[in-house]
Design a binder for this molecule. Structure first.
Ligand code: SF4
Length: 222
């Protein structure tokens, strides 16, 4: 595999991170609907808080589109309290479920089976940005998408030596990694890498990407 510094080499990064960390088994969820719920709840909050909120929802009743749609508001916001902004998250979740239902009880599986621009439909919901939409598309819809999150931005900036716009990261990744499994693994591996090595203050010793990292080469990692 060709090694080149100063460019976002998604396939090379996937290869190196998978070799170092193995399969991250990301996104952790029991169903596509749970992925969608987690993708909405994780905005601006630690993942452990999302896990707690989903456990509360499951304790209330089995996760289903209709169940979440009809859950009384006080109970819904009480379950989502660990996510810091329970009212805002509940509104977003309800709006997303309403778009999916489309006034005729459509399920998430029906939504993905429908002939429409799924990314555009998800982005049309207030509060659903590109990262959330792409996470839902990739992990719930099992379609080609790449969520660009804060970990990915930080790692890309250090590897390349410049800020890389989100749209370019998405485009370059999708043009280099074609399989859904590869894309799913890559996003999860970047999360792991951002937590273990490329933190706010990077730990470059032993980093599996050091050989292709411009910041490491220039000594700009302190
Ligand atoms: S070498 Fe350092 S800055 Fe570069 S990717 Fe690894 S941890 Fe991040």
């Amino acid at each position: 595999m060709r090694e080149e510094k100063g460019a976002w080499q998604a396939a090379q990064i996937l290869h190196r991170l998978a070799g170092a960390y193995g399969d991250p088994h990301w996104w952790p969820a029991d169903s596509a609907l749970e992925v969608l719920v987690g993708a909405v709840l994780t905005q601006s909050v630690r993942w452990q808080n999302v896990v707690t909120a989903i456990q509360r929802l499951k304790a209330y009743g089995p996760l289903s589109e209709a169940g979440l749609g009809q859950m009384p508001w006080p109970q819904l916001t009480a379950c989502l309290r660990p996510t810091r902004f329970p009212n805002q998250k509940a509104k977003r979740l309800r709006a997303l479920l309403e778009m999916i239902a489309d006034g005729r009880g459509r399920t998430l599986a029906d939504f993905f089976a429908a002939d429409l621009d799924h990314r555009q439909a998800l982005l049309s919901v207030s509060g659903v940005g590109a990262e959330t939409a792409d996470a839902i598309l990739l992990y719930a819809g099992r379609s080609q998408a790449f969520p660009v999150d804060a970990y990915t931005r930080r790692i890309a900036q250090r590897l390349v030596g410049n800020v890389v716009p989100d749209h370019q990261l998405r485009h370059d990744t999708l043009s280099q990694v074609s399989s859904v499994d590869g894309l799913a693994q890559l996003h999860g591996l970047l999360v792991v890498h951002g937590q273990r090595h490329c933190q706010a203050r990077p730990h470059c010793s032993g980093c599996p990407l050091a050989e292709i990292c411009v910041s490491a080469e220039l000594g700009q990692t302190a």
